[in-house]
Write a protein that binds this ligand. Sequence first.
Ligand SMILES: C[S@@+](CC[C@H](N)C(=O)[O-])C[C@H]1O[C@@H](n2cnc3c(N)ncnc32)[C@H](O)[C@@H]1O
Length: 386
Amino acid sequence: MGIAHTINEKVFRQIHGNSLVYNTCWEDPRCDRRLLGLNENSRVVMLTSAGCNALDYLLDGPAEVHCVDINPRQNALLHLKIALLQHTDHATLFQFMGHGVAPQARDVFHEAIRPRLPDLYSANFWERNLHYFSTKGLRKSFYWHGSSGTVAWIIRKWLLSRPEAARLTHRLLESQSVEEQLEWYEQLEPLFLNRFVQWLVQQHLVQSMLGVPKSQQHLAAAIFPDGLFGYIRQCLRHVFTRLPMSDNYFWKLYFFGRYELDCCPNYLRPEHFATLAGRADRIGTHNGSLSDFLSKHPGQYTHFVLLDHQDWLAARRRRPALEEEWRLIFENAAPGAKVLFRTASFEPNFLPAFVRERVRFDLDAAAWSQANDRVGTYAGTWVGTM
Ligand SMILES: C[S@@+](CC[C@H](N)C(=O)[O-])C[C@H]1O[C@@H](n2cnc3c(N)ncnc32)[C@H](O)[C@@H]1O
């Protein structure tokens, strides 16, 4: 524990304190939509991540969506998406966030975006990082930037350097049926999940860049005899051999570095552009912890979407923070409010006892979600009513 633990914490904090970590949301809003049942009376509190899912929820017409993140770069990304929606056209939005490459990025930014960004932090962040969208340089896509994008870029480079693995990955991702996928995946798995990848994915630095702290690595590793690697193998097998690839924009993004119009998040679809531009003002952003937000903005919220961040608070020494967060959630919940979270554990044993007493979890809905989730990297989905 001791020194190694302190170093691990420092590495994670260093990355999260200095980088955009998530360049896309890594949770499936199609499942969330069914689990949450949002409507015009909904007042949602959620973690921002890359902001894609907050925009997706707007399609259900909630009254308010409060996006909270301790990493201000994540809210800066959501600000950019909102400004592109409200002050440019669909083609420009798709260049930036669909292709991840915008040759006119600097002009668009100065004419249409910068004056509309809600804070100086976001304006300065994008001023410094417009090269993420550049057509020049080695990493020619926004989706190869940020810490998780950097890991994706490295793994893809390695994969492309091995012709047979590259060929099989193309076949797999372009398959038109699950049967076809199974055929390609069986051939690809031994080439892809070799000793190098086994070593790579177990490195704390790599996991930190992907946004997985040590506490969450422990939860995942505890489930399988071969630890974290076993967990990853099981997740990949499920996603690639049981769920159609044709609409899996999550995994395709990290191989192709871009979305396509017929396989992308809802907020990038042309048919939703006008609706989302009109509703984007219903989103509020807050830099800070969830507890901080709820203390400063008490209210009667109807939905809490916690993503998987409770795993970050699962370590024993973090339990007081976890308990405080739940206490604030209960204090600020409208009657019958819903809570949704995902976790790398089968059973969230870290939940404080009073949560189990006050939340009725819907196990059937969660099982449906687990089976259909296109991301597929969480061992558990928990949705409950308070
Ligand atoms: C927990 S991560 C998980 C990513 C997620 N699965 C996704 O969709 O990309 C989501 C975000 O939560 C933020 N975060 C973690 N703990 C938080 C807390 N206590 N309060 C607010 N934001 C938090 C991180 O900075 C990160 O941007």
